[in-house]
Design a binder for this molecule. Structure first.
Ligand code: ADP
Length: 482
């Protein structure tokens, strides 16, 4: 129940209701006041016209008793006021004439009011009703004192209208508004409810469709309507997100299965070796041999775990890196020196060159973590040695782009090369070509290039490979110069 009130649809309807409610009430108050003002002024106007007509009649016909009656009969514009009374007094307040409707009653004015009215110009007053009067009720009378001069004498024409008519008409108006406002509110909230249902229907559908997508069916996509509106954009955004999730999910799945597979092999070998060792009593040389073999497997296990850890730390960015100023040429020299023992074994000559001999002042400086970049170049050059034949040559050329914004490093070998299909995959974790799997000379994990790639990309660089089987390979690394 309360959950339903939290929906946008409910909130929208309630907001509609509140906004319309406030609007209707303000509108009603303004309208009521305008109407009240108009009715009052039309009443005052009519009273003024009546008083003026009486005065005209007096001037035309003298102050005879029929003056009031005749004026009333001929008084046509007197339409807004249904009932009225009139009296004519002299300046002392003595009533000379009064309307027939008043009968034996008199208008309840006081002498003070008359005196004041003589000084003012046609003032209006409200008179409280006398207790015993049945001609007007508790609302009292609106009275106009209209002083006139006839034959050099001051007279006051008093016109009075019971306020009950005006009050009733204004009360009716109030009643009308207070009756119609709730009705209008009801109608507007029904309209708001249906409108929001229509507007939020697609959102509901989107929620249902999105709920149907889980880890098991990440290949599914949300339907995108062709309206091009915000909801269509939202569906496209969500679809893009699902696509990214699908990719990282499958990478993760692949990684988990690859990692467990890679770890299983050395573990199985290790277990086998230990089981064989325990089968019977052996002489110390046998134990020595078994332990040496086991150590190799433990080393393999350790390097897999170390490399994987490094890879995931770089990927997640949770790695403390230094911002060294690195001279790429010096870095490459260090890597080549470190790999000397390996290259010597195969009698491979590693040649390290600047882009041109006469530009000896050119030193591409890259900012980044020396140890990490060392690791990346070590992996690449180590591969070049691993996959090159005996007595061959490896060329490392340090260059820069024409605009001097990036350092370009080419590492070229004359080894077995890589097929185009493999070239696309060698940067994926645990990917090894069939040729490398069968080689026994070194541990092949399929993690060297992925790590190199991650490190280079971490330094905002790029790595690519050009190679064809049997003709050697060339790795090109681009790093921004600082
Ligand atoms: P590893 O060398 O440990 O197998 P890498 O990730 O460093 O793993 O390399 C992945 C694969 O790419 C290697 O197994 C190898 O088949 C291929 N490769 C890498 N460098 C070269 C190269 N210079 N020449 C030929 N093949 C290469």
């Amino acid at each position: 129940m309360f959950k339903a009130f939290k929906t946008i649809r409910w909130k929208l309807t309630l907001t509609f209701l509140l906004a319309f409610g406030i609007m209707f009430i303000i509108f009603g108050i303004i309208l009521y006041n305008i109407q009240a003002y108009q009715q009052k002024s039309s009443m005052d106007n009519a009273m003024n016209v009546l008083a003026e007509s009486i005065y005209n009649e007096i001037r035309a016909d003298s102050l005879k008793p029929s003056v009031l009656e005749e004026t009333q009969e001929t008084f046509i514009p007197f339409t807004t006021v249904s009932k009225h009374f009139a009296e004519i007094t002299d300046s002392s307040g003595f009533v000379l004439l009064k309307s027939r409707e008043l009968g034996s009653s008199s208008l309840p004015f006081t002498k003070e009011q008359l005196d004041i009215s003589l000084k003012e110009n046609h003032p209006f007053h409200k008179l409280k009703a006398g207790n015993n009067d049945t001609l007007w009720d508790d609302y009292g009378l609106r009275v106009l004192y209209y002083p006139v001069t006839y034959h050099y004498k001051k007279y006051i024409i008093i016109v009075a209208v019971p306020l009950s008519g005006l009050k009733t008409s204004l009360n009716n108006l109030k009643l009308l508004y207070s009756g119609t406002i709730p009705l209008m509110l009801l109608l507007s909230s029904i309209a708001g409810w249906f409108f929001s249902k229509k507007a939020y229907g697609p959102v509901k559908q989107l929620t249902i469709n999105a709920n149907l997508i889980s880890a098991e069916n990440l290949n599914k996509r949300l339907p995108v309507n062709d309206t091009g509106d915000e909801l269509a954009q939202l569906s496209v955004t969500l679809n893009n997100m699902i696509e990214r999730l699908e990719k990282s999910f499958s990478t993760l799945k692949q990684f988990t299965s690859d990692a467990s597979h890679e770890l299983r092999t050395p573990l199985t070998i290790l277990r086998g070796q230990i089981e064989v060792a325990l089968e019977k009593q052996r002489n110390p040389e046998d134990y020595q041999k078994i332990l040496e073999d086991s150590l190799d497997e433990v080393k393999r296990l350790q390097s897999i775990v170390d490399e994987l850890l490094l890879l995931s730390r770089i990927e997640s960015g949770k790695i403390n890196t230094k911002q060294d100023k690195i001279n790429i040429y010096e870095l490459m020299t260090d890597v080549v020196l470190k790999l000397n023992f390996l290259s010597k074994k195969k009698n491979i000559n590693i040649i390290l060159k600047f882009r041109s001999e006469n530009e000896s002042n050119f030193h591409p400086i890259v900012s980044g973590d020396y140890a990490m970049l060392f690791h990346a170049f070590f992996n690449i050059i180590e591969n070049a040695i691993k996959y090159s034949p005996q007595n061959s040559e490896i060329n490392c050329i340090v260059n820069s782009t024409d605009d001097y914004k990036s350092a370009l490093i080419h590492i070229r070998d004359n080894g077995i090369g890589i097929s185009p299909e493999d070239s696309e995959k060698i940067f994926e974790r645990f990917y090894r070509t069939d040729t490398s799997r069968t080689r026994e000379e070194s541990i092949s994990l399929g993690l060297g290039l992925p790590i190199a790639k991650q490190i280079i990309e971490f330094h905002k660089g790029k790595i690519s490979v050009n190679s064809s089987p049997g003709k050697g390979s060339e790795f090109v690394i681009r790093l921004p110069i600082s």
